[in-house]
Design a protein around this ligand. Structure first.
Ligand code: SF4
Length: 186
């Protein structure tokens, strides 16, 4: 297992406005089925049929599979230069996840409709283990070369920083949700 103990800051939409959602998210077959049902159940929130929102993805021949579609979007200057100027089809213009907004409106848990990878971000789950972002002297898991130096470590909530707090404290809610909900439904 990778040994990491970064100090992080909590997600702050005034600092990055959902830049993590720039490429959408890769999802499992079960998640795609569940999302399609959510879309069908909410015809007033989605103008297209459920199929429209998903596509086959291939991220640099490293990650291949079904994912949420993206749409073009122009970001402010502090957006990482090596990220595409796109955003997930489920992200609104302010960077908020529409799936989360619907759940909040319905008074159910805010993460009930979101894909697991989105709930856990900036953590990742591999073989049942929660992996935090890299420390500042460690290489990002999505490092390709100097033209694509990383993903999570280029984002406000995923960057190891001296004035951050222990990642387990900052992401306590996500870790609890993983233990109490996600891991029980696997
Ligand atoms: S599903 Fe929601 S949280 Fe996940 S990438 Fe899309 S907008 Fe972001």
């Amino acid at each position: 297992m990778i040994k990491r103990n970064p100090k992080l800051k909590k997600c702050d939409m005034t600092k990055c406005a959902g830049y993590c959602c720039y490429d959408g998210v890769y999802i499992s077959d079960d998640e795609e089925k569940k999302l399609k049902q959510i879309i069908k159940n909410h015809p007033d929130d989605f103008e297209h049929d459920a199929e429209f929102y998903f596509e086959n993805g291939n991220w640099k021949n490293i990650v291949v599979g079904r994912k949420t579609k993206t749409r073009p979007f122009v970001y402010p200057d502090d957006f990482p230069k090596h990220f595409n100027q796109t955003k997930c089809i489920f992200s609104d213009d302010n960077g908020l996840c529409i799936l989360q907004k619907i759940a909040i409106r319905e008074n159910i848990h805010e993460w009930s409709y979101k894909p697991n990878a989105c709930i856990m971000f900036p953590l990742t789950v591999r073989q049942g283990h929660i992996i935090p972002p890299p420390e500042k002297n460690q290489r990002d898991d999505c490092y390709i070369d100097e033209n694509y130096p990383g993903y999570v470590n280029c984002l406000y909530c995923g960057r190891d920083c001296d004035n951050g707090k222990n990642w387990r404290d900052v992401l306590k809610k996500e870790i609890q949700y993983f233990n109490n909900v996600i891991s029980k439904n696997r």
